[in-house]
Design a protein around this ligand. Structure first.
Ligand code: G3H
Length: 540
C-alpha cells in the first residue's frame, strides 16, 4: 500500500503475524537495584503504542503496558547500590581484572541474544520501528558489544608494557571514573543506550541507566540477564519522570559521568544540577540539522536516492537524518520531480508489514507539531510539492516535501525529527556554506556532486564546522568504529567503539624512579602477580 493511503489502525489481532502479537499488556513493576529485581507497587505510567485500534468507534493508540513511576527514594536507592558496588574504586568490579570483566560482559551478550525476538517485537510496538530496522538495531548492538571487547583487548595489550623515560619507570593504564548515569534516546532506545552503557561497564564503572520515555518496556526482557551477569549493584535501572528521579541523582553530586543522548535543553538542565560541575564528565549526543548540498553537476538519480534515504529512513527520526536539502537552482526542478517520484514509492505500513518504510510516529502530538512547521512554511511562501505530502492519519504522516524553504521559516532552522523534507534553492555556494556556518548545530553534512576541485574547496572549510563531511553519501553514524561526534549544540565528547572506552576512563599510572630497590619491588609485584594494575599480563 502506498504511504499516502495508510491507516495506522490494527483492525483485528489476526491481521498481525502471530510472532509479533501482544496478547496481554506488559505491566512492568520491576526495577533492578543492588543485584535484585525489586517490585514497585506505586503509580505506573501507561505505555501507548503509536499503533492504533478502534474503541467504541473512536481511533485510539493501543495501550501495551505500563512501567513504574519511581520516586526520589528509589532513585537514591539505586545510587547507593551503585556507590556500594563501586566503593570508591575498591569494589570487586572496578578492581577486577580486565579478562574477568570481559567474561561478565560476554555472559551478558550471550543471554541478551536469547531475548532478541522479545526486544525486536517491543521496538516495533513501542516506537513503531520497522521489523528490518528493529532487527538491525538489535544485531548492531550485539556486534557493538563484540567490537568493544576486541577493542579493550587491544587497549589492554598496549597498556601491559612498562615505559621507561628519563630514568622513570611507568605503567600507564585506563582506570574507571566511578558512577555513570546512562540515558539513551527514543529513536535508538537499545543501541544508543548500550553504546554508552557497555563501554562504561566494561571499563569498571558502576552504572545507573534510565531508558527514554518512549522505549522502556523493550529493556524489561534484559533485566534478568543484567542481574545474573554482573556483581550486585554494578547495573541498576530507574524509571519515571526525569525531574523526580534524575534530578536527585544529579543533585547528589555522586554522578561522575553523564552519558546522555537527547536535547541540549535537557542536557543543560542536568549538568547545572550537579553541585560540582567541574567534577562531572559528560558524553552528550544532542540535536542536529544536517544539510544535504546538491551541486549542479551532481548525478541526480544517485543524489535523489541517497538524500531520500538520508531524510526519510525511520521516518526522519534519526539524529543523523538529512533535515534540509540545498539544491542548485539549475537542477532544482528536475531534482524535485525525481525526489517526489522516489518519495511517492515509499511504502507506509505497520512495522511488521513487508516492505514498510514509513511507519506511525511514537511521540505524542508529533503529527500536529509537524503540521505546524509545514503551515508556517506555507504561510510564508512555500508549498507542499509532493502528492499527498503531509497528509495525517492519526499517528501517521505521509512524507512531506516542502519547497521553496527560506530563512525565517521554522523548517529552515528547527530540527523537525520527522518525515518532512525542506528543500532550499541556492544560486551561490556561499548560501549553503553560510547556513552551515551560522547553524547552531554542527554534526555532519552531505555533498552531492562530481567536480573534485569544487568538492575539495568545500571540504576544507566544512570540516571545521561539522564533524563528518559525506561525499555523495547520506549522513550516518556508522561504521561504529568511526568517530561519532559534533560541534556547537550537537555533541560533547566522541563516541566510537574505541573512543567510548576512553571517555569512561582516565589514564592513571604507577611510576617509580629507576633505582635498584624500585626495580626489585616492581619485579616482585609483577612476577608474583600481586597487582591487577601493575602487571604485564595481557589477553590473547
Ligand atoms: O539518531 C542518531 C543515530 O546515532 C544515528 O545512527 O546514522 O546509524 O542511523 P545512524
Amino acid at each position: 500500500m502506498k504511504g499516502k493511503m495508510f491507516t495506522p489502525v490494527v483492525n483485528a489481532i489476526d491481521t498481525i503475524p502471530e510472532k509479533y502479537r501482544i496478547t496481554a499488556p506488559l505491566d512492568q513493576q520491576e526495577y533492578l537495584c543492588d543485584g535484585t529485581i525489586k517490585t514497585w507497587t506505586g503509580p505506573q505510567q501507561d505505555v501507548l503504542s503509536p499503533l492504533c485500534h478502534t474503541v467504541d468507534g473512536s481511533v485510539q493508540q493501543i495501550r501495551i503496558g505500563s512501567y513504574p513511576l519511581l520516586t526520589e527514594e528509589q532513585a537514591l536507592e539505586t545510587l547507593d547500590s551503585a556507590c556500594q558496588a563501586y566503593d570508591h574504586g575498591r569494589g570487586m568490579w572496578p578492581t577486577m581484572s580486565v579478562e574477568d570483566r570481559i567474561k561478565h560482559v560476554e555472559t551478558f551478550a550471550y543471554r541478551m541474544q536469547e531475548k532478541r525476538d522479545d526486544v525486536v517485537k517491543l521496538l516495533m510496538w513501542e516506537i513503531g520501528k520497522s521489523l528490518p530496522d528493529a532487527e538491525k538495531e538489535f544485531d548492531r548492538t550485539v556486534a557493538y558489544i563484540g567490537d568493544t571487547i576486541d577493542a579493550l583487548k587491544d587497549l589492554d595489550r598496549i597498556s601491559s608494557r612498562f615505559v621507561i623515560e628519563q630514568d622513570v619507570i611507568g605503567q600507564i593504564r585506563r582506570a574507571p571514573l566511578g558512577i555513570v548515569l546512562c540515558m539513551g534516546p527514543f529513536n535508538y532506545p537499545l543501541n544508543e543506550t548500550f553504546t554508552t552503557l557497555i563501554p562504561a561497564l566494561i571499563m569498571g564503572n558502576a552504572v545507573i541507566f534510565k531508558p527514554p520515555k518512549l522505549g522502556v518496556l523493550l529493556h524489561r526482557p534484559l533485566l534478568e540477564a543484567f542481574r545474573d551477569s554482573f556483581p550486585k549493584g554494578v547495573v541498576n535501572t530507574v524509571y519515571g519522570e526525569g525531574q523526580e528521579v534524575i534530578g536527585p541523582l544529579m543533585k547528589s553530586g555522586k554522578i561522575d559521568v553523564l552519558a546522555f543522548i537527547g536535547s541540549s535543553r535537557v542536557a543543560d538542565i542536568l549538568k547545572q544540577q550537579h553541585p560540582k560541575p567541574h567534577r562531572l564528565r559528560c558524553v552528550l549526543g544532542l540535536g542536529a540539522k544536517n544539510a544535504g548540498i546538491v551541486l549542479k553537476d551532481a548525478d541526480l538519480d544517485h543524489a535523489v536516492k541517497e538524500s531520500a534515504l538520508g531524510a526519510l529512513s525511520y521516518n526522519g527520526q534519526r539524529c543523523t537524518a538529512l533535515k534540509i536539502l540545498f539544491v542548485h537552482e539549475q537542477i532544482v526542478d528536475q531534482f524535485i520531480a525525481k525526489f517526489n517520484d522516489t518519495v511517492g514509492k515509499l511504502i507506509g505500513g505497520m512495522p511488521w508489514d513487508t516492505g514498510a518504510q514509513i511507519t506511525p510516529l511514537p511521540e505524542p502530538n508529533k503529527t500536529k507539531y509537524l503540521q505546524e512547521l509545514i503551515d508556517d512554511a506555507c504561510t510564508k511562501g512555500a508549498s507542499l510539492v509532493n502528492e499527498n505530502g503531509g497528509a495525517v492519519n492519526h499517528t501517521y504522516m505521509s512524507p512531506a516535501v516542502v519547497y521553496p524553504v527560506e530563512p525565517g521559516m521554522r523548517l529552515y532552522s528547527e530540527e523537525q525529527f520527522g518525515p518532512v523534507v525542506p528543500i532550499v534553492k541556492f544560486t551561490d555556494i556561499d548560501e549553503p556554506m553560510n547556513y552551515v556556518t551560522h547553524s547552531d548545530y554542527g554534526q555532519q553534512v552531505s555533498l552531492f556532486g562530481n567536480d573534485a576541485e569544487l568538492i575539495a574547496d568545500l571540504i576544507d572549510p566544512l570540516v571545521n564546522q561539522v564533524c563528518r563531511v559525506n561525499i555523495n553519501s547520506q549522513c550516518q553514524r556508522g561504521p561504529d568504529t568511526f568517530p561519532f561526534t559534533g560541534r556547537k549544540d550537537s555533541a560533547e565528547g566522541t563516541l566510537s567503539v574505541s573512543d567510548a572506552l576512553r571517555v569512561f576512563t582516565i589514564r592513571t599510572l604507577v611510576a617509580a624512579k629507576e633505582t635498584e630497590a624500585n626495580r626489585r619491588i616492581i619485579k616482585s609485584i609483577v612476577t608474583k602477580r600481586r597487582s591487577r594494575f601493575l602487571s604485564t599480563d595481557f589477553i590473547l
